[in-house]
Design a protein around this ligand. Structure first.
Ligand SMILES: Nc1ncnc2c1ncn2[C@@H]1O[C@H](COP(=O)(O)OP(=O)(O)O)[C@@H](O)[C@H]1O
Ligand SMILES: [Mg+2]
Length: 248
């Protein structure tokens, strides 16, 4: 079953066509990578799917339901988590407070002084469990802005997954990371997305080929190919577009 589908999706920025008849199909419980050169429209596609933009044409289906243009908070409530290409943590809040916000927002609870104490204890416990799972329990009370770049990005990835979404969308989770940080992030993503559905925009081909069950190649706003890694590697149109870059 497809958990996510787009049908004939178009998007333009004041006449600049960025997405062109995009029919994306993401199967339940797969890790699906979206690759393509800079400016191909990958982030825009995420923004249309997650409701940041309304497409100029076409439809988005999530869990069999049409959700075209539904606002981001509604998509989150429906079970879609996402991380951003650029940092979206609150840098002055601690790791704990950042995760707690994600936990609270999924439950639709505003942080409130007068919330019942036992409810807050449950949330604290859940937050601490997440911190442990992502190896950030020692940095629990550090402001996110003081974490190392790699740990900060790890927190970021975890925020998207903190609420156990049915589908998580990660936009370039390893961007700007060192080799070691990338290795750590890939293992974290692998562990946190085990048995779940993830769509990952990724530029590092080693990461793509080690994580993805299927790959979609976006080129000038159009899907060039979709398939398992072995098939994508051998695809002539993809090879031509990347001028051999995929020969890893
Ligand atoms: N908010 C915007 N306004 C105008 N043009 C944009 C905007 N966002 C992206 N673009 C343009 O749309 C194209 C696709 O961008 P983007 O989706 O960010 O590509 P990718 O994530 O694949 O690098 C680029 O030409 C980019 O300059
Ligand atoms: Mg992008």
């Amino acid at each position: 079953m497809n958990i996510l589908e787009t049908k004939g999706l178009y998007h333009d920025f004041k006449g600049l066509e960025v997405l062109f008849d995009v029919n994306l199909e993401v199967k339940e419980k797969e890790r699906h990578a979206i690759i393509g050169p800079n400016g191909a429209g990958k982030t825009t596609l995420f923004n249309v799917i997650t409701g940041t933009y309304h497409p100029s044409r076409g439809l988005v289906f999530f869990k069999g339901k049409e959700v075209t243009g539904a606002r981001p908070h509604k998509m989150a409530r429906l079970g879609m988590g996402r991380s951003f290409q650029l940092t979206s943590t609150f840098s002055r809040l601690t790791a704990f407070q950042n995760i707690r916000l994600a936990v609270l927002s999924k439950k639709g609870i505003r942080f409130h002084l007068f919330n019942k104490v036992d409810k807050m204890q449950d949330i604290t416990q859940e937050t601490d469990e997440i911190l442990k799972r992502i190896n950030l329990d020692r940095e629990r009370n550090l402001p996110a802005g003081m974490l190392s770049y790699g740990k900060h990005r790890a927190l970021e990835i975890s925020l998207a997954l903190a609420t156990d979404p049915d589908l998580v969308m990660l936009d370039e989770p390893t961007a700007g990371m060192s080799r070691d940080e990338t290795h750590y992030a890939v293992e974290l993503i692998r562990r946190l997305t085990e048995g779940k559905t993830a769509v990952i925009i990724e530029h590092d081909m080693d990461v793509v080929f080690s994580l993805a069950d299927r790959i979609t190649v976006l080129h000038y706003g159009q899907i060039l190919a979709t398939g398992p890694p072995g098939e994508i590697k051998e695809n002539q149109a993809v090879k031509d577009a990347y001028l051999g870059e995929l020969e890893t």
